[in-house]
Design a binder for this molecule. Structure first.
Ligand code: MG
Length: 105
């Protein structure tokens, strides 16, 4: 079994712990993180995904989407954000919103 295969089936919280652990091992949390920079690095991964899409580089597109998630999971792990709980709370709010959230467009 490959490492990727053995790591499948993790919860979001486990992925946060896993991705944050790797980032810590690689020294990205040796100093206090700049929150704005960490958030913008997620945006850069999305921009890289867009470039992959534009160039019809499907492997790169998928890899950059993964990078964006990895950065978010790492961030949540480092900031102590219970992303499973936050997603469920926000989905409960969204379910109560009107069709297209009340927007006409
Ligand atoms: Mg990337």
């Amino acid at each position: 079994m490959t490492e990727a295969t053995t790591e499948q089936g993790k919860t979001l919280s486990e992925l946060c712990e896993y991705c944050h652990g790797i980032a810590r091992e690689k020294g990205f949390w040796d100093k206090e993180r700049n929150v704005g920079e960490a958030l913008m690095l997620v945006v850069t991964e999305i921009a890289e995904a867009m470039e992959g899409y534009r160039h019809e580089d499907h492997d790169n597109f998928r890899e950059e989407i993964a990078d964006a998630f990895i950065r978010l999971f790492d961030f949540c792990g480092g900031m102590g954000i219970d992303i499973e709980a936050e997603i469920m709370k926000k989905c409960a709010v969204n379910k109560k919103r009107p069709y297209k959230h009340g927007k006409i467009c």
